[in-house]
Write a protein that binds this ligand. Sequence first.
Ligand code: GDP
Ligand code: MG
Length: 680
Amino acid sequence: MDPNVLSKSPINGLANGHSPPAASERLQIINDEKKFTPDLGAQIERWGLRDAGFGYNIVAVFGSQSTGKSTLLNRLFGTTFDVMDETRRQQTTKGIWMCRGIDMNVMVMDVEGTDGRERGEDQDFERKSALFSLASSEVLIINLWEHQVGLYQGANMGLLKTVFEVNLGLFGKNATSGRTLLLFVIRDHIGQTPLANLQATLTADLIRIWESLSKPTELQDRQLADYFDLAFTALPHKVLVPDKFEAEVRNLRTRFVDKDAPDFLFKPAYHKRIPADGVAFYMEGIWEQVQTNKDLDLPTQQELLAQFRCDEISTVALAEFTEQAKSQRRPVEAGRVVEGLGAMMRNWRSDALTRYDRDASRYHAGVYQRKRVDLIAALDGALSPLFLGQLKNLHKSCLVAFKTEMLDGLRGEGYNFAEVVSAARTRWLERFETGAKEALVEGADWAWEDEMAALAEEVGAVADQCRRDETKKMVNHIERNFKKQISEPVDLALNKAAPGMWDDILRAFRQTLSKAEAAYLAKATSFNCTDEENTASLAALRRRAWMALRAKIDEQTADPVILGKLRGHFEERFRYDEMGVPRVWKPEDDIDSAFKKAKDETLDLIPLYSRIQPQDTALAYTLPDDALAALPGETDEFDFAATLVLFSETKSLELAQKFRREADAHYVEAKRSTVASIAQ
Ligand code: GDP
Ligand code: MG
């Protein structure tokens, strides 16, 4: 069967207590060339143990060749280690095999070829595999025949001496972290010597070995019991009493399986605290150290493992996170305000941290924390552009919404400008603030206040511009009203052509202007205009009022109009009598005197019309200085004095000339009419 297919099938061995299909696969983790397999990580995954955390156990077996080690392991754990075929002697192999226990989260190591000394070989592999096994296993099964018990000089004793020595090197200073159970399994126990006696003999031997060790001075006082727990069990002869053998093996199996049994063997204290997903990397590192004969420093190994695994776990968490964050990148970049972005970002972030914490927190605390800080920095770094984009988009949309709401509020009549602006401003700045705060992620060092200050400034600028436009509109409106109101009094006064004509006009001007000013000020309070703006608006209003007055006067003093007025004035005096009756000239009438009088009186009007000049000097109007300043596009100050003059000297003469000509025509006509009456 294709192992890859198997590994892809859902593996639920942990959850329901059943082993995954690949559970019975075995792997040679160290081959006879002392090479460590590159496949252990994948195999642990296929065994379904990768996510077991600390919820797994490791057991290893040591002992002379052909003492039934593999047979025992297969019976105890359901493993598939090779068993020597009785019929054909196999060559001794070296190496370590690993299997998963069936229906239990156990990694079982079958250590082959540790009996080099028996065969006169060097003890290199024995030492290395002891180191390797002690650094990872909780329980070390020491398998021996009953008849080997008490043979102090025997192979097993040499092996145990090695185990003790390397254990001191590994856990010497820190006995609590490296406790291991040595389980002695005495095979082919005939029963003549009770287990208790065998146990006493073995214990005495072990203590003797312990005492014979040359320990470093600081560890002189350490006892065997400081590092090891000892357990003993005996199994009947497999061939002679197979039923009993099987029964005892079943009993022993219970002690590995039943956590509640009083003699449960996998006590938590023996666990080497390597998370399952780090076992492969850890073991490989250990073996490498062992192989190169470097001092095996477990804390360093654990830290290296932690760095490697925390990085890996962090990378996975970050990759999933990046995938999630990608979903909102486009809308944000497209300028959309993403509803609930903050909640999403917080979720992705906390999901990533939860994933990281779940797996990485099992590793070396310092490394785990350090890498966590790095991960947070990476997460926040990735979220930051989304946050900034969201702020930018909020800024834009709030500004647009503010403008729309303000302009809507200014439609129609009767609005209070300041109130409309302030309501819109408050609403959209608050909307920004709410949106910005929503997009925050706890712990990230992000600020939105500057962006809001910028928004407030732009809102202010838009409102200011609008206020200026509105003020202009208002001033135009007032100007139009002014023109309407000033028109009639000017017409009346100029038609009358009385000496107090300008007094009447200026009086009317002053009244109308002060009404216009009042109208402006009444409206301006709701615009929140500044004093300078008010001063400027009033100055403009006054000047425009004056110009309007002058325009009205110009209209009434244009050549044909003024000539008409003069003509009317003259005719009233020359062609009509005091009673307003048309005159019929008789030869005895003094036409010349009447003509001269009417003409002179009319000519006297020209100087009156030529200049805006009231009789009462108090009525004379002068534009205030601020209304005289040059307007944009003008180079010179407003020449107010010039606006008082309607007709220059020359113009006056020209008008007089034109008028005289008309008057003369009337004179001739009058003369002719008397001649005609005589002729009749
Ligand atoms: P290993 O080399 O220690 O792994 O030993 P094996 O498990 O390969 O077994 C070696 C031989 O011993 C095989 O032929 C087994 O059938 C036999 N054997 C296994 N267990 C026992 C036992 O408890 N007693 C006896 N007498 N023989 C056994
Ligand atoms: Mg074997």
